[in-house]
Write a protein that binds this ligand. Structure first.
Ligand code: NAP
Length: 542
């Protein structure tokens, strides 16, 4: 991009994370000129930014790998079953080097706006620096969790210690991970107990002089079951990649775990308990995704598994009062994203850790010295905000995107996103939102659903080229039907009834609507294939 001359490309991709890197690879293969614009100083997306201690996969490492290159699969050695962030960032840098991707990526450039020029049938993208570039296709690859959300608490700016959001954990200048911010022996506070908070709490508790956890609502957490990958396991993984990816294709969340098709209510209490016991220690999402098929749709089934996990929490936390505070009472197991943990609950048995229930004693303000609740002031040296994201839509709508006739995407989506297949929105021709709202973005092992999206969009662009078509957008009817279908599928689950970032209810003022396709990836894959087989039914092509 340049501020004087406007560079022209066939396609501009915003974001050089897992999805953007692969889209670049595929479009280049198609012979397109492509520019990737990336706000960060390097590739990796979520793995570039989230460098907090404890950050790691919740997906099995081998199931997270790109599947498109056999050579890449065979040469890369994952060292742990759930790869830590520094290793994942090293992997993505290896991919960028191996396929010579960097030459088409412009780093340290944040896109401010994108405008559709109907006369020229192209998008003009403008960076915060004022640089501009044009392309026929504009593809967002922004990730579902990349617009971090700071809370609005009075006095935040007055804090004299070190404070940051987990997404902005400072980088280690000499490595791939986070910097040592001097937690050892210090008084540390953490606000937030989602998947991020849980990961960082269990690490920080190891060395902090004192750790105060400010919890608004607890989550249901289950053991990760991580460990090193032995040489024997490595060889087995490398020999079974085709089976691993085949399994991911047929499972609900594109993971190696598959639900037991029986109802939790149709088996005996002993049988049910035995399955829960077997799945609870992990690995990964064994319990969430591998238990009975109806735990996320039937309240009675859900009550049974919630009761089981509550008993586990009571067994692991010594102080019964603290245990009760750590057991969710406002939602059932699995209806929000399940954080995975290693000794998370045992942390609360340590003398250096305090749990503050901020529903009981709300935070009144941040002071120069720490956090003041209705009860007392907690003096802190370091304050970590693990307060989550304006998920799924936030990273897209913070770009000022203007489509046909001056239509703003953020206005169109003010009452919830509207798309067809999660990939396009009417009035925004040739704009593709990979891993976007109403797609399979987040109830999914991200690289698997990213590959599905990328390959489908690449085929669509090839189809357009082969048919001398230059412009695609969904019909209003197709979009309306998809919006209804996404809502209907979500409404059949307990997830839609629970407040979480899946519904946007974690963001003050955001319209509550289920943001993701909840019908599972096999069904989504079939729908995409069917639309393509019918000549991209539902799209207006010219
Ligand atoms: P999150 O699940 O939205 O959790 C945010 C936490 O901050 C919640 O405990 C929330 O409380 C609290 N919070 C937010 N605003 C607050 C405020 N104003 N005052 C007090 N507390 C506040 O966000 P996250 O933990 O960053 O996780 C987001 C997603 O990222 C996960 O669900 C997961 O998909 C992904 N993730 C993945 C991995 C992995 O794969 N390994 C690791 C980490 C994260 P409430 O619950 O009351 O709203």
């Amino acid at each position: 991009m340049s501020s004087t001359t406007v560079q022209r490309y066939d396609a501009i991709i915003i974001g050089a994370g897992v999805t953007g890197l692969y889209q670049l690879y595929r479009l280049r293969e198609l012979g397109l000129s492509v520019r990737v614009i990336e706000a960060a100083g390097g590739v990796g997306g979520t793995w570039f930014w989230n460098r907090y201690p404890g950050c790691r996969f919740d997906s099995e490492s081998e199931s997270y790998a790109y599947s498109f290159s056999k050579e890449l699969l065979q040469e890369w050695n994952w060292t742990e079953h759930y790869s830590p962030q520094p290793e994942t960032l090293r992997y993505l840098n290896h991919v960028a080097d191996k396929f010579d991707l960097r030459k088409d990526i412009q780093f340290n450039t944040r896109v401010r706006a994108a405008n559709f020029d109907a006369t020229a049938n192209c998008w003009e993208v403008e960076a915060e620096s004022g640089e501009r570039a044009r392309a026929r296709y504009l593809i967002t690859a922004l990730g579902p969790l990349s617009a971090p959300m700071m809370p609005k608490i009075p006095g935040m700016e007055t804090f004299r210690g070190t404070a940051f959001h987990t997404f902005n954990w400072p980088a280690d200048p000499k490595g791939w991970g986070g910097a040592d911010v001097g937690v050892k022996g210090k008084r540390v506070g953490i606000i937030g107990t989602g998947a991020t908070g849980v990961q960082v709490i269990q690490e920080v508790a190891k060395t902090a002089g004192s750790l105060t956890v400010f919890q608004r609502r607890p989550n249901w957490c289950t053991p990760l079951g991580n460990g090193p990958i032995s040489a024997e396991e490595q060889a087995k993984i490398k020999a079974s990649y085709p089976e691993i990816f085949a399994k991911c294709k047929t499972s609900f969340a594109s993971m190696v775990h598959d639900a037991d098709p029986r109802s939790a209510l149709e088996v005996s209490a002993e049988e049910r308990e035995a399955l829960f016991e077997k799945l609870y220690p992990g690995p990964g999402f064994s319990l969430w995704l591998g238990a009975f098929g109806d735990i996320l749709t039937n309240q009675k089934a859900n009550d049974l598994i919630s009761d089981f996990v509550a008993r586990k929490i009571r067994q692991r936390v010594k102080d019964p009062k603290i245990a009760e505070k750590l057991i969710p009472k406002d939602h059932g197991f699995g209806t929000r994203r399940v954080p995975l943990e290693t000794n998370y609950y045992e942390v609360y048995n340590q003398p250096n850790v305090t749990l503050v229930d901020i529903k009981e004693t709300p935070i009144e303000r941040i002071t120069p010295n720490g956090v003041k609740t209705s009860d007392q002031e907690y003096e802190l040296d370091i304050l970590i905000y693990a307060t989550g994201f304006d998920a799924v839509t936030g990273a897209i709508t913070r770009i000022d995107i203007t489509g046909e006739g001056g239509l703003k995407l953020k206005d169109k989506w003010a009452n919830g996103p509207r798309s067809y297949l999660g990939l396009q929105s009417a009035g925004f021709p040739n704009l593709f939102t990979l891993v976007g709202p109403q797609g399979n973005s987040a109830l999914c092992n991200v690289p698997r659903c990213a590959e599905l999206n990328v390959e489908w969009v690449t085929d669509f662009i090839r189809h357009m080229r082969d048919n001398q078509q230059t412009c695609a957008q969904p019909s209003k009817a197709a979009e309306d039907a998809w919006v209804d279908q996404v809502a209907e599928v979500a409404d059949a689950t307990l997830l839609a009834k629970t407040d979480s970032w899946y519904t946007g209810s974690n963001v003050p003022g955001k319209k509550r609507t289920f943001l993701i396709w909840a019908g599972g990836n096999p069904a989504y894959r079939e729908i995409l294939a069917d639309v393509a087989a019918k000549g991209y039914a539902g799209f207006e092509l010219r």
